[in-house]
Ligand binder design. Structure first.
Ligand SMILES: *[C@@H]1O[C@H](CO)[C@@H](O)[C@H](O)[C@H]1NC(C)=O
Ligand SMILES: *[C@@H]1O[C@H](CO)[C@@H](O)[C@H](O)[C@H]1NC(C)=O
Ligand SMILES: *[C@@H]1O[C@H](CO)[C@@H](O)[C@H](O)[C@H]1NC(C)=O
Ligand SMILES: *[C@@H]1O[C@H](CO)[C@@H](O)[C@H](O)[C@H]1NC(C)=O
Ligand SMILES: *[C@@H]1O[C@H](CO)[C@@H](O)[C@H](O)[C@H]1NC(C)=O
Ligand SMILES: *[C@@H]1O[C@H](CO)[C@@H](O)[C@H](O)[C@H]1NC(C)=O
Length: 834
């Protein structure tokens, strides 16, 4: 399934990014006579492009599906993704031109681009004195050139001298020359970033005001080649062999490449200023090998970290603008030095189609006035009691400070912000310094190693405000819910069945007769409060193509892959969980529970997108995570890196801690196992299926016997008449932590291994290296391996009271708390899982 999924994702991405390529027409040796024209057309019949003699490059119109328009461009014509390397910068909202637009080669004006009504949109401005154009030519180096009859080797205009965001080998930039980024990957309007070789000889990357985009009005530079006086740069050269360097006045060079580039005979090269501000050089094999379909490979990129604004000596006062992500957005450095952005909890994108844009609060922000007037009822945004702080781990906002407190502890720092109506957030670090921040926040970034964290002030959810009497009665329900999930032994079932019966007597009978209209109305109200989307059955049937592609099966039903239309033509992939175990008369509870789950946001938990509650159909829609389950990840070979496994172990612990202690309704997961941990595109772990134990509760008990528990991860109290607490998750986590350290399954019948017993034996006999075998990275880090194994053994103690809670576990994992040698986890008995 993993392979199929990834194939489908690739196919999907290809379709998303892929643009329709128009057909070519025979132009001799790439030479184009005057009056020749090309037309942008939906039907390929009338479209065409002008190709270079070798066929490597083509000039023409490209259809951009997402934004429903065409761009006049030059692209690599022989590689599958036909990467665009130049485009005409047109002043329209998406930088694209409509169907029917036409480009004509004229003697007087060179290339002239008009729309379907004949209005001119763009032209190649020729230098005046140079006579008339006789021909255009698409060259084998990727340059489209215009020349006159008299001097065919002097160009009246060339794409190399009018670059947009890309440079090719043999292209260079002179003093005052620049590149400008696109707005987004598919919006070809000028974007927020610029590369320029300045008068002072320095090559710099700049940010601009994203609305005016005045080239002269740059905000700040975030990279500099430092090639100024006394020996300034006079040219930025990308030479034939793929070297990029600043040529200085004395003919010495400052080379940007890291190491030597691959041969330009066998590889294409390009350097591009991405829409997210990263300037990067890539190479791509000219011929597609049988197995090397790798696409573009990164050679080098600047800046090192596009998420972190470096405050230069003269720049620290300048806090205008942003780096890669908009205001209030958080930047995370991903693959290939490329940044991605994530709105903080309780914030949403201003423009949902631009994830690099600004984030707005989904609540009314606190304001400082008007001063409370005794006759007024306190309004939400002036009453300090209505706000709380949410924690953003590893996140820092280096700007926007207005007050600093030294030697504060977390509580004092929080308190200072809660009581201050100016305070939008506080950043608190290991150095015990507390920084108060004002809105909007800029340059936010998050990293795995970040030792500061942010507390952002948000309006409490309605359910958290104490007037609501709903809280507190959930504990017993949870116990029952967990047992329903497990049902591994008839004895357990019996006990909890009895308990459930007893409880349900005191509950009011749900209203049996209820029309769908009313149910839908309540569903909508629920969703509105939460920004969850309510789907009709039909919508989800369409999205999942009638429930055809199965992603997995769980205790609750089948999960299907779906594609939801968002704005315009674009789609997002979702996972639709079709619940098959819920009785139909419980619409209200269903809505309440979905509401609870929908309120839970944490970076290590899978996000809920919406739900469907129509007649007998109950479905929950989650974000789709492309990289499969932790089970697939851990047990594959070669094994994933130790560094990644450590990161994942910590992430999962944080997710569980959040469920246990930090969200408004405490949740015991009851079914922690690697199959329930999904990995996002950056291989960060996300816990799935949390809260579903409670949903399942609403079911009639007759289905209990159908439900299977998950052997090997079950704490012993399930088999005894002991109370079920959050320590059952700690136990399961301990088993999974061992699996993560060893990349071995908890119970491997083939190899006859019970991991927890073996691990304890290895620990006791001081031969931990047996556990990790030939994992060199882990061997290099035995200290951590030992710590993790000890933590795991603490977690799997038979006696729940001996197990640490999740907060202790995370502290021990992070090295903040000491880990003592654990005792034998099962001193009394061997409990069989059967
Ligand atoms: C095309 O170019 C090649 C090499 O530049 C030349 O030998 C050939 O004569 C050209 N053909 C035409 C039709 O111009
Ligand atoms: C782009 O178009 C807008 C609105 O049509 C216009 O106000 C603006 O001046 C144009 N910019 C340029 C550089 O032509
Ligand atoms: C390109 O630049 C590198 C480094 O300056 C140099 O070694 C190489 O010879 C150059 N190649 C060409 C074709 O000029
Ligand atoms: C740099 O090289 C160019 C061309 O090779 C030459 O004309 C010029 O004199 C050189 N300049 C210096 C300062 O060496
Ligand atoms: C595929 O790529 C790898 C690394 O880039 C290289 O070592 C290998 O020789 C390539 N294989 C083929 C068949 O080109
Ligand atoms: C208090 O509220 C009353 C009625 O809403 C208003 O007339 C009055 O101006 C307010 N006083 C202050 C100091 O805001």
């Amino acid at each position: 399934m993993g392979v199929l999924t990834s194939l489908l994702i690739h196919l999907f991405l290809l379709l998303q990014l892929q643009t329709l390529v128009v057909l070519s027409q025979n132009i001799v040796n790439g030479s184009v006579p005057v009056r020749e024209s090309l037309t942008a057309s939906e039907s390929q019949q009338f479209s065409s492009s002008w190709r270079s003699p070798s066929g490597d490059f083509a000039f023409g119109f490209r259809k951009i599906k997402q934004n429903d328009g065409f761009t006049l461009s030059i692209w690599f014509d022989k590689i599958p993704d036909k990467t665009i390397l130049w485009h005409a910068q047109v002043n329209t909202s998406t930088g694209l031109v409509p169907d029917g637009s036409k480009v004509t080669l004229t003697a007087a004006g060179g290339l002239i681009l008009t729309d379907h009504r004949g209005h001119q949109l763009w032209d190649s401005s020729l230098s005046l004195s140079s006579g008339s154009v006789s021909r255009g030519r698409m060259t084998d180096s990727g340059n489209f050139v215009l020349s006159s009859e008299d001097s065919p080797d002097e160009y009246l205009w060339s794409s190399f001298e009018n670059p947009t965001d890309t440079l090719l080998p043999s292209q260079s930039i002179e003093v005052r020359g620049d590149l400008s980024s696109r707005r987004t990957e598919t919006n070809f309007k000028k974007g927020r970033f610029m590369l320029r070789l300045g008068d002072d000889g320095d090559v710099q990357l700049f940010t601009l005001n994203s609305e005016t985009l005045e080239q002269s009005d740059t905000y700040f530079s975030y990279y500099a080649s430092n090639t100024k006086d006394p020996n300034p740069g006079i040219q930025l050269v990308f030479n034939q062999s793929g070297y990029m360097y600043v040529l200085r006045r004395d003919n010495s060079t400052f080379v940007l490449n890291k190491g030597d580039p691959v041969s330009s005979r066998d590889f294409y090269h390009r350097a591009v200023l991405h829409f997210d501000g990263v300037f990067a050089q890539y190479y791509h094999p000219k011929r597609q090998g049988n197995d090397n379909n790798s696409g573009w490979v990164l050679a080098w990129a600047v800046p090192e970290n596009m998420c972190e604004k470096t405050f230069g000596p003269n720049l620290d006062a300048n806090e205008l603008g942003n780096m890669a992500c908009g205001f209030n957005n958080i930047c995370i450095l991903g693959h290939n030095q490329r940044p991605r952005c994530e709105c903080p909890e309780r914030f949403v994108l201003q423009d949902p189609s631009d994830v690099y844009g600004d984030c707005l609060p989904d609540f009314e922000m606190q304001t400082c006035g008007p001063v409370n007037n005794q006759t007024d009822v306190a309004t939400a945004n002036t009453d300090v009691n209505l706000y709380e702080l949410v924690t953003l781990e590893g996140t820092n906002w280096p700007s926007g400070d207005y007050k600093r407190y030294r030697n504060y502890d977390e509580e004092k720092c929080k308190d200072a912000c809660i009581k201050d109506c100016f305070c939008a957030a506080v950043v608190f670090g290991l150095d015990r310094v507390c920084w108060k921040k004002k809105f909007p926040l800029s340059y936010g970034h998050r990293s795995k190693t970040g030792d500061s964290y942010t507390l952002v002030k948000v309006l409490k959810r309605a359910a958290d405000v104490p007037v609501n009497g709903k809280r507190g009665k959930n504990h017993e329900w949870l116990i029952i819910a967990c047992s329903v999930l497990l049902g591994a032994s008839a004895f357990v079932n019996f006990i909890f069945l009895a308990l459930y019966r007893k409880k349900s007597k005191s509950k009011k009978k749900p209203n049996q007769a209820r029309d769908i209209g009313a149910a839908t109305a309540t569903a909508n109200a629920t969703a509105l409060e939460l920004n969850l989307r309510v789907f009709t059955y039909r919508e989800l049937a369409e999205a999942t193509r009638d429930f055809t592609e199965e992603l997995g099966r769980g205790a609750f039903g089948i999960v299907y892959k779906g594609f939801l239309k968002v704005s315009g033509d674009s789609e997002v992939v979702v996972a639709v969980k079709k619940l098959d175990r819920l009785a139909q008369e419980n619409e209200k509870e269903f809505n309440n529970e979905v509401k609870v789950i929908g309120q839970i946001h944490h970076k290590n938990l899978v996000k809920l997108v919406g739900f469907c509650n129509e007649g007998q159909s109950r479905m929950i829609v989650y974000e789709f995570l492309p990289n499969g389950t932790l089970a697939d990840y851990l047990f594959r070979r070669p094994r994933p890196s130790w560094e990644d496994r450590r990161r994942i172990a910590v992430g999962i612990a944080r997710g569980i801690l959040y469920l246990h202690e930090e969200c408004s309704e405490k949740i015991i997961h009851c079914d922690i196992k690697p199959q329930n941990i999904l990995l996002d595109e950056y291989d960060s772990p996300r816990i799935a299926d949390f809260g579903l134990a409670k949903l399942l509760m609403m079911n009639q008990t007759h289905t209990l016997t159908n439900i299977r528990g998950t052997k090997g991860y079950l704490a012993t109290e399930w088999f005894r008449n002991s109370p079920i607490t959050s320590k059952v998750d700690v136990y399961s986590y301990g088993v999974m932590l061992l699996e993560t350290v060893c990349c071995k399954k908890a119970v491997d019948l083939k190899e006859n291994v019970i991991l927890i017993d073996w691990a304890y034996d290895c620990f006791r006999e001081n031969r931990l290296d047996d556990l990790i075998e030939d994992d060199l990275e882990a061997i290099d880090d035995m200290e951590t391996v030992e710590r993790y194994v000890k933590i795991a053994i603490w977690c799997i103690q038979e006696e729940p009271g001996m197990r640490p809670n999740m907060r202790n576990v995370t502290q021990m994992l992070e090295g903040v708390a000491q880990v003592h040698d654990p005792p034998n986890p099962s001193p009394y008995s061997i409990i069989s899982c059967d």
